[in-house]
Design a binder for this molecule. Structure first.
Ligand code: FE
Length: 366
């Protein structure tokens, strides 16, 4: 998956060492290959220094959000406060495994990753600790944070319907469920069910509609597929634009990137379920690690990330929505229109992820 940077050389570094900069892949310009592996754009300068004494003004971040998205935010914080942010980036799976293996010796203070399913997983693995913060509770709406305060959403990504404007009128669209209507037979494209984004979408449907109904809906989607599932949202939308199919489901920031490259493509977003539960949203977010050596500094940094100052920095570069509702999205993002978002707690995406995976397997959603 391509929002995650590849950290090729991390394994060779001793645990007592921290890295300032490591290899990274470009979320903005490089799609994942069919296997979903991120391709490294280049090896950045890797500097190592001895771990700093407990309590000094620095925060060590493990991030599954890639360098080009987080570095400007970190730099702004250092400039404003003098606090140094050291970080490594990698895919979320390896990062969680690394945190687990390092245990109490981990240098990491803060974990940043995408999708509530992954944050939930980190909490389940005992890698995070609860944070009591009035600032975070005030800035981040309840549905975008862990009910047990172990992680907090920092940006919102909407997973919505995309359609070919030459072939579909928006009035023909209504809900995620309706994509299983026979009128979409051989007209629907979907990304693979192996991607956590779709697992989270289906998990949330199970939470709200029940397992039996969700199974009927997802089965009807599979029945309507025009072609095999796609490895990523971008390839799926390119197929819609090319007329291989007419509708699909994608995260809005992939749509934004595609349209920035070629604004003439016959693609548009549709906000489904506006008469009922709203559009499925997910988050990128962060949690303080269980064995943080700079816990106070990490909490302060997390609070700052939820603030007005930082929210646009954190969301805009990836064409996401700020999690803090007091902050307006970037004008490019705002131009897609406003919508009602699903207010169910995103932690359900984690709780029901296994059920969702099994369900998608049962109905033959590859
Ligand atoms: Fe993504």
């Amino acid at each position: 998956m391509w929002e995650c940077a590849a950290l090729k050389n991390a394994g060779v570094m001793g645990l007592a060492f921290l890295f300032a900069v490591t290899a990274f892949a470009s979320e903005g310009s490089q799609p994942a290959g069919p296997g979903g592996a991120a391709r490294s754009r280049g090896i950045g300068e890797m500097t190592a220094s001895q771990g700093s004494p407990v309590g000094s003004e620095e925060v060590v971040v493990y991030s599954a959000r890639n360098e080009q998205l987080i570095k400007p935010v970190f730099d702004a914080y250092t400039q404003a406060t003098g606090v140094q942010i050291k970080f490594i980036t990698d895919q979320e799976g390896p990062l969680l495994e690394r945190l687990k293996a390092e245990g109490a010796n981990t240098p990491a203070d803060l974990l940043i990753t995408v999708d509530a399913g992954n944050l939930w997983q980190a909490a389940q693995m005992g890698l995070l600790k609860p944070v009591t913060s009035e600032v975070l509770v005030a800035n981040i709406p309840p549905h975008l944070r862990d009910p047990h305060h172990q992680w907090f959403g920092l940006s919102v990504r909407a997973r919505t319907i995309v359609y070919n404007t030459d072939k579909v009128r928006p009035s023909e669209l209504s809900t995620y469920e309706d994509l299983g209507n026979p009128k979409w037979k051989k007209r629907l494209c979907l990304r693979t069910s192996k991607k956590v984004y779709n697992q989270s979408l289906v998990a949330m449907m199970i939470a709200e509609l029940g397992e039996a109904k969700t199974e009927r809906i997802v089965r009807s989607w599979v029945d309507n597929l025009a072609t095999d599932v796609f490895p990523d949202d971008t390839k799926m939308m390119e197929a819609i634009a090319a007329g291989q199919c007419d509708v699909g489901i994608a995260n809005t920031y992939y749509y934004g990137r595609l349209m920035e490259k070629n604004p003439d493509q016959p693609l548009a977003l549709f906000w489904p379920n506006q008469q009922d539960r709203g559009v499925h949203v997910n988050i990128s977010g962060a949690g303080v690690t269980k064995h943080a050596k700079h816990e106070r500094a990490a909490v302060k940094f997390l609070e700052w990330l939820s603030s007005e100052q930082a929210q646009n920095l954190f969301a805009d570069d990836n064409l996401e929505y700020p999690a803090n509702p007091k902050i307006n999205p970037d004008t490019k993002v705002a131009a897609w229109g406003s919508f009602k978002q699903d207010l169910i707690n995103v932690s359900k995406a984690g709780e029901l992820q296994n059920s969702a995976v099994r369900l998608m397997d049962r109905v033959g959603y590859k």
